[in-house]
Structures are given as C-alpha cells and as structure tokens.
Design a protein around this ligand. Structure first.
Ligand code: SF4
Length: 105
C-alpha cells in the first residue's frame, strides 16, 4: 500500500446506515407524515427526526439536494429551502410575517 492510499482511506467518510432511519418503517406509513401538508403531521414527523441518529447527515443531504418538499433532518423543506414554520390552510393572513420564511438560499 502506498502512503497516498493510506491517506485516502483515512479520509473516506462512511455512508450513513439508512436502515437505521427512524422514518424507515418498511410499510410506507411514515411517508404520509413526512410529506403531509397538515401541521400536526409535520410536527409529528419533526419529532421523529429529533430522535433519529441520522439527523445531521439527513439534513445536510437534503440541503445539498435542495429537497423540493417534505420533512428531512427535522426541518420542513419547500422548493429547496427550509421553512421556519408552515402557515395554516385557508385564507392568507394579512400580516405576511406569519408566512413561512426560508432559511437557506
Ligand atoms: S432525520 Fe432523516 S432519516 Fe431520520 S427520521 Fe428524519 S427524515 Fe428520516
């Protein structure tokens, strides 16, 4: 083994074991929660993420991919951006500050 190979092997990041993801229930039941428009479902999905060992890797990947929708890594995404909160269904509020605010570019 050459010195450069040893260096490369030391710096290979391990791929997360996605089988350990808390949202992976193999039945697909969790998918509805993670891609729901309902605020209680979104909050439940975020709570599941908070206990997930893969949260950091999941969130980082979702940001990199600019996920168009869903809860990833404990955050709600829309059009590739993280929303700080989701507005309730129905008529928009008169105060625009109550609408979702994007955190990422
Ligand atoms: S952090 Fe990612 S992998 Fe873990 S439960 Fe949430 S969406 Fe699933």
């Amino acid at each position: 083994m050459f010195a450069s190979e040893a260096f490369d092997q030391d710096h290979i990041e391990e791929e997360p074991d996605w089988d350990r993801a808390r949202c992976r229930d193999r039945s697909g039941a969790a998918t509805a929660l993670f891609f729901s428009d309902e605020i209680p479902d979104i909050l439940r999905a975020k709570a599941i993420c908070r206990e997930c060992a893969l949260l950091d890797a999941c969130l980082s990947g979702a940001i990199d991919r600019r996920e168009p929708a869903g809860v990833w890594g404990g955050e709600l995404f829309a059009d590739g951006r993280i929303l700080t909160h989701k507005r309730k269904r129905g008529r928009p509020p008169k105060n625009r500050s109550a609408e979702g605010v994007a955190l990422t570019a």
